[in-house]
Design a protein around this ligand. Structure first.
Ligand code: KIV
Length: 270
């Protein structure tokens, strides 16, 4: 696929084919129609309407205050601007605490334009993943650093640094794949664990702060543009070197992931 413009609608089949070819696919968060248009036209294959909007748009210090109404509103905006990317939406904090609630809220996101939903957790989301997958809603399981659990974790820290925790991430990722997850997203883990999990699974693994060996990369839009208040180690500001403003920055990000020059060694946790 050209990284200039999407030539056809991206589906899970498209992503699996990219993985089979040993190539990388590119993901980015988007929260409105304008950026959805720019990013999808630049070749971003998956747009995530992430609950990170609570931090980068709403100014909260975590994703916990984000509501279903917020997610539906931003999903509808992104759908209007999208030019062929696969659209993923986060189920926000406490929106998948019971089965009826999970089904109702996932359906709201799908009706708003999502092609799949993302939820955070390990073994404890096994039944929820199966519940959704069996009803035709593709699931991306988000593991590693799960920001909705920031208070239990005690901060936004790298996960899976010790052998026991790393092994449980591998085991639980396999559990979620077996329960029907179509994609795994792995956030803030050592590079070696990103590689091991990717090799252990058949489904694509999207990494953020998980090193260069995952099937795909995702970043928060505001981080790529260098306008977030904090700059984690795994972030690169692509606007800084752009000669074509924001569209040029997004295109550079796409090209760098495809060419496997991003993430580089300095963006990895070892
Ligand atoms: O909400 C979000 O933007 C995310 C990314 C950090 C992957 O989950």
């Amino acid at each position: 696929m050209s990284s200039q413009t999407q030539t056809a609608n991206v589906s899970l089949t498209t992503l699996r084919k990219i993985k089979q070819r040993g190539e990388k696919f590119v993901c980015l968060t988007a929260y409105d129609a304008c950026f959805a248009s720019i990013c999808s036209a630049a070749g971003v294959e998956v747009l995530l309407v992430g609950d990170s909007l609570g931090m980068v748009l709403q100014g909260h210090d975590s994703t916990l205050p984000v509501t279903m109404d917020d997610m539906v509103y931003h999903m509808q905006c992104v759908k209007r601007g999208n030019k062929g990317a696969l659209l993923m939406a986060d189920l926000p904090f406490m929106s998948y605490a019971s089965e009826p609630q999970t089904l109702e809220n996932a359906a709201r996101l799908m009706r708003a334009g999502a092609h799949m939903v993302k939820l955070e957790g390990g073994a404890w989301i096994e039944n929820t993943t199966r519940l959704l997958a069996e009803r035709g809603i593709p699931v991306c399981a988000h593991m590693g650093l799960t920001p909705q659990s920031v208070n239990r974790i005690g901060g936004f820290h790298v996960q899976g640094r010790d052998t026991k925790q790393a092994q449980s991430i591998i085991d639980e990722a396999q559990l979620l794949q077996n329960a029907g997850a179509s994609i795994l997203l792995l956030e803030c883990v050592p590079r070696s664990l990103g590689k091991t999990v990717t090799e252990a699974l058949d489904i694509p693994v999207i990494g953020i702060g998980a090193g260069p060996d995952t099937t795909a990369q995702i970043m928060v839009l505001h981080d790529v543009l260098g306008i977030s208040p904090i700059t984690p180690k795994f972030v690169r500001n692509f606007l800084a070197g752009s000669s074509d403003g924001i569209p040029g920055a997004i295109k550079s990000y796409v090209d760098a992931v495809k060419a496997q020059t991003f993430p580089a060694e300095e963006h990895c946790f070892n």
